[in-house]
Design a protein around this ligand. Structure first.
Ligand SMILES: [Cu+2]
Length: 106
């Protein structure tokens, strides 16, 4: 009985310590990222979803600290970008140069 309670407390502690990485969904629609900026902690990720019916999108980062290239993101497809380090990053779409997403990682 006592051992069982102890196990429950330990398991609860572990569950709190390892909260899952929240899924920050970023929509690509109408040649915009929505929302246009997002704040993350180091090691968290964003999921970029192409919500347009007809446009192919793309997502890339070119930064001294970190680069990423999704390749084509077809309508309905998605790309996951994990941010391994602190910094302020800009995610761009190679198809639509005006599309910009600011990512602040702390
Ligand atoms: Cu685009």
């Amino acid at each position: 009985m006592l051992l069982g309670m102890l196990g429950w407390v330990i398991m609860t502690g572990v569950a709190v310590a390892t909260l899952p990485d929240p899924d920050h969904i970023i929509s690509q629609r109408g040649k915009r990222f929505g929302p246009g900026n997002v704040a993350l902690r180091v090691g968290e990720h964003i999921t970029v979803v192409n919500d347009d019916d007809n446009f192919v999108h793309h997502a890339y980062i070119e930064d001294e600290l970190f680069t990423f290239d999704s390749g084509d993101i077809e309508p309905g497809a998605r790309a996951v970008i994990t941010f391994p380090t602190e910094g302020d990053f800009t995610v761009l779409c190679g198809v639509h140069p005006k599309m910009k997403l600011a990512v602040h990682v702390r």
